[in-house]
Design a protein around this ligand. Sequence first.
Ligand code: ADP
Length: 319
Amino acid sequence: MKRIGVLTSGGDSPGMNAAVRAAVRKAIFHEVEVFGIYYGYQGLLAGNIERLEAGDVGDIIQRGGTKLYSARCEEFKTEDGQNRAIEQLKKHGIEGLVVIGGDGSYRGAMALTQKGFPCVGVPGTIDNDIPGTDYTIGFDTALNTIIEAIDKIRDTATSHERTFIIEVMGRDAGDLALWAGLAGGAETILIPEVDFDMEDMIDRLQKGKKRGKKHSIIIVAEGVMSANKLADMIQGKVELETRVSVLGHIQRGGSPTGRDRVLGSLFGARAVEVLLDGPGGRAIGMKNHQVVDYDMTKAFTGEHDTDMSLYTLSKELSI
Ligand code: ADP
């Protein structure tokens, strides 16, 4: 391969820029030309493609978001869309593609690979929900953003003796809620992986109050229910007054943590090595502290392993 492309797709995550930078510079290191494709698959179809030099990815490692921008593209899900994407790539002489995104982006990348155009996937999503990798780029930054918010909310919750319900991202995976809940000392953590048990939750809140707790923090992943709905449900059932905080998109932004920058760098560089070495269809990840590559199909058909020992531990500690 003498020319490759790189794009970011789907939901953005902090650390994607580190992955873009690493992919571009690793390719240049191997004397391979790199083209940046702007706005994901949508930009690919539109031919929004530009050559990137080493300097073009300077001064981005510390920035959240993605220099290549991101988009969602319905058209690309069709056979016709995918064929036109390959035409665009060929028109620019591009022979392989690094796709940085979540499972939807991986499905698109695999579709191109199956049509004979090699793609390698890099997991960029704050949700940490890609099967086959222990961590995704952006999870650590989002986690720390949530912890900072919990710490601040706890101050005011204590001052006014309130129960706070904090809603965090995570439609299908509870990793953010779980890790943030444990790290933030939440009394209750509600995640999609565990059936909601109203009685247990009320019981824990009441026990805490009896023991003299001045506040309660409940972390709820958006996939369980909205914080407002939960507040309505517990209305009148707990002594402490209830307040709601929905963290929303602040969880997606911000300067990436050191960990996400390192992960982005490792993954972006490895993706280029794997793309130059083989037929594509591989996903990059971290397993037991080692950077690995594996069949990309596994990343959207397999099951994500949420570390349930954290859930058990948080229940034991938040008494
Ligand atoms: P993420 O990559 O963060 O999971 P999405 O699920 O929105 O985000 O996917 C991003 C883009 O990937 C979609 O807008 C679409 O262009 C492409 N994509 C998603 N699912 C498929 C699919 N089944 N086949 C082909 N392309 C897909």
